[in-house]
Design a protein around this ligand. Structure first.
Ligand code: GLA
Length: 378
C-alpha cells in the first residue's frame, strides 16, 4: 500500500477525501543497542517500512480502522487519559493525551484509517511509527507548530506513561528525524544527530527470524534497573559516564550479573563510536568486527539474544558478501541487521534463508531496506 493508495481507499470508504495524510517510518539500528536509556550512543536509520494515516476531523469520538489489525478501540481525543485505551489505538490515543499535556490544547477527534508496511514483532519499531504518524497528524490539524524532535520526546513519554513501556528515546527519534539515504548517529543525552551516509556499495538488510518475542517488557525493565544499579555503585549519573576501568574498580561491590550488564553498555558505547569512524572510512573489516562483537556482547553479557537470533547472525556472518551482522532492537526474537555488498544480495538472501531454515526449521524473511526521511504530513 502506498500513501496515494491509502488516500483513494479512504475516499472510497468514507465518501470524502482525507484532510490529513501522514507517514512515519520504522527503524533499524546499526549499532548501539540498549545504550539509549544509559544516555549513550545509537546509530539507527529510518527505513522504508512505514505507517500511513489518512484522516478527517470528526465530532465527538475518534474512530480508527486499520488495514492490518482491524478496528481500534474508539476514544475521545479531547479528554482521553492513561488507562482508558488498550490495543494498537493506545499509541494514537497516547499521542492525543501527551500533546494535550504538553500544549494545554485538546486535540480534535479524527476519523482515521491506518495502513502499515512495518512488520510487527520484528524489532523495527512499529509502535514508534504509529506514535509519530499520529504525532505529526495532530501537530498539523491542531496547528501546534511543534518540531519533530519535540514530537519524538513526547512520543517517548506517550510510550512510557500511556502505553506503559519504559523504552528509551532511540525509536521515536529515528522515526522522527530519519533522512533519505542516511543513518543517524545520535547522542541520546544531548539529542545531537550526525547524519552518515551508508557506503554506496552496501545495502541494509533486515533478517527477520520470525521468532515471536516473549517476555520482552519485563526483561527490558529488569535490564534497565540493573544498569541503574551499576551506575549507582560506580557513582556516575549513567553508564555513559563510566569507563571499563571504573567498572573493574567496583566489580566486587556488585553482583556478577550487574557487572556483565554494565560491561555490555560501556563496551557498546565504545563500539558505536568506532563504528562511526569505520562507516565514514568504509573500513569494512572493522565494521564487521564491531557488529559481530556487539552481537556477542548482547548474547553473552546482556543476555537478550535467543537461539534464532544467534543462528540468523551466524548464517549471515558465513556469507562472503556480508560485511557485518548483529541482532537489532530490544532482542528476545525479532531481526538481525546486516550490511551486505550490493553485488551479493541475491545469493545472500537465498543462502542465509536456506541456512537459517535448515538449522531452526523456521522460514525467516530477509528484505532489503532503504534509509528514508522521518515522519511528516504530505
Ligand atoms: C527498544 C527500545 C529502545 C532501545 C532498544 C534497545 O527498541 O524501544 O528505546 O532501548 O529497545 O536498544
Amino acid at each position: 500500500m502506498t500513501l496515494n493508495g491509502l488516500a483513494s481507499l479512504y475516499e472510497e470508504q468514507r465518501n470524502a477525501p482525507p484532510e490529513i495524510l501522514a507517514i512515519a517510518p520504522g527503524r533499524v539500528n546499526l549499532i548501539g543497542e540498549h545504550t539509549d536509556y544509559n544516555d549513550g550512543f545509537v546509530f539507527p536509520a529510518a527505513i522504508d517500512k512505514e505507517v500511513m494515516v489518512a484522516a478527517r476531523v470528526a465530532g465527538e469520538i475518534t474512530t480508527l480502522s486499520s488495514e492490518q489489525t482491524g478496528p481500534g478501540q474508539p476514544f475521545d481525543a479531547r479528554t482521553v487519559s492513561p488507562g482508558e485505551v488498550s490495543g494498537w489505538a493506545a499509541y494514537a490515543a497516547g499521542m492525543a493525551w501527551v500533546l494535550r499535556e504538553h500544549t494545554g490544547k485538546a486535540m480534535p477527534n479524527l476519523d482515521g484509517h491506518v495502513a502499515s508496511t512495518v512488520p510487527m514483532g520484528s524489532g523495527v519499531s512499529s509502535s514508534a511509527a504509529i506514535e509519530m504518524a499520529f504525532g505529526v497528524a495532530w501537530n498539523r490539524v491542531a496547528s501546534l507548530g511543534l518540531d519533530n524532535k519535540v514530537l519524538a520526546r513526547l512520543a517517548q513519554r506517550c510510550e512510557n506513561e500511556f502505553v506503559g513501556v519504559n523504552c528509551g528515546i532511540m525509536d521515536q527519534m529515528a522515526s522522527a528525524m530519519g533522512r533519505d539515504g542516511q543513518a543517524m548517529f545520535l547522542d541520546t543525552r544531548s539529542l545531537d544527530i550526525a547524519y552518515a551516509s551508508i557506503p554506496s556499495e552496501l545495502l541494509i538488510m533486515i533478517c527477520d527470524t520470525k521468532k515471536p518475542r516473549a517476555l520482552t517488557d519485563s526483561a527490558y525493565n529488569e535490564r534497565r534497573s540493573q544498569c541503574e544499579e551499576a551506575a549507582a555503585v560506580i557513582g556516575v549519573k549513567s553508564l555513559r559516564d563510566a569507563t571499563l576501568e571504573d567498572l573493574e574498580a567496583k566489580k566486587s561491590a556488585m553482583t556478577e550479573v550487574v557487572y556483565l550488564r554494565a560491561r555490555h553498555v560501556i563496551t557498546e558505547d565504545d563500539r558505536s563510536l568506532r563504528f562511526r569512524t569505520a562507516l565514514e572510512t568504509s573500513d569494512f573489516a572493522e565494521i564487521g568486527t564491531l557488529m559481530k562483537a556487539s552481537h556477542e556482547s548482547l548474547r553473552d553479557d546482556y543476555e537478550v539474544s535467543c537461539a534464532e537470533l544467534d543462528q540468523m547472525a551466524e548464517s549471515a556472518w558465513a556469507h562472503p558478501d556480508c560485511v557485518g551482522a548483529r541482532m537489532t532492537g530490544a532482542g528476545f526474537g525479532g531481526a538481525c541487521v546486516a550490511l551486505v555488498k550490493k553485488s551479493g544480495i541475491e545469493s545472500f538472501i537465498a543462502e542465509v534463508s536456506a541456512a537459517y531454515t535448515d538449522k531452526t526449521g523456521i522460514s525467516g524473511s530477509i528484505m532489503v531496506c532503504q534509509a528514508v526521511d522521518g515522519a511528516r504530513c504530505v
